[in-house]
Ligand binder design. Sequence first.
Ligand SMILES: CC(C)(COP(=O)(O)OP(=O)(O)OC[C@H]1O[C@@H](n2cnc3c(N)ncnc32)[C@H](O)[C@@H]1OP(=O)(O)O)[C@@H](O)C(=O)NCCC(=O)NCCS
Length: 183
Amino acid sequence: MSLEIRKSIDSDRSLINHIHEQAFGLENSREIITLINDLLQDQTAEPCCSLVAIQQSKIVGHILFSNVKIISDQGVISASILAPLAVIPAAQNQGIGGQLIHDGINQLKAMGVPVVFVLGYPEYYTRYGFEPAFPRGYIPPYPIVKAQSDAWMVNILDADLARKYQGKIHCADAFNHPEYWRE
Ligand SMILES: CC(C)(COP(=O)(O)OP(=O)(O)OC[C@H]1O[C@@H](n2cnc3c(N)ncnc32)[C@H](O)[C@@H]1OP(=O)(O)O)[C@@H](O)C(=O)NCCC(=O)NCCS
């Protein structure tokens, strides 16, 4: 089935909310929808990259990347974080999540973003170029319990900058709440 990935527009907003409701369930999606709507209005989250996947004229998936800063001994540079990602149950396991990640990462690379973080399922995101971030020297904004430390991952897009700039990550204001940092 053909798939189109494009940047989201304002009028997609309620359909995007619906994608997350279906993927995460009504209860769990509340927090996620709040995060999306807050990030899309937050200047400290810019540049954001919000993409939707369209199959048979219907939005079936959504991914959002927002800006973070790496505070390192060498100075401060901008990077990006992936959150959230959702594909409706009826369209899962067709590679749509992977395509959203792939296209988003390519757009960020073209913008010169050196690294992209995610806090998520290690078995899933390592398929798409992510690796554990702690061994690379990246510290998340909030502590992550040791048993879940592999969930804190990074995708290296510029190896030289990634080597030079390591340290603590500062996320956008909208993301800077401990409840968003539990895996
Ligand atoms: C996770 C999610 C985005 C994957 O979307 P998708 O379009 O089905 O993903 P893809 O088709 O690219 O990949 C499917 C593969 O990933 C695997 N996979 C899906 N969720 C996984 C998970 N949580 N952990 C490990 N592997 C997972 C599937 O089993 C499938 O494996 P296979 O190719 O060996 O059959 C989708 O299942 C979803 O929206 N889930 C609910 C919301 C969610 O958990 N979002 C991620 C938050 S970190």
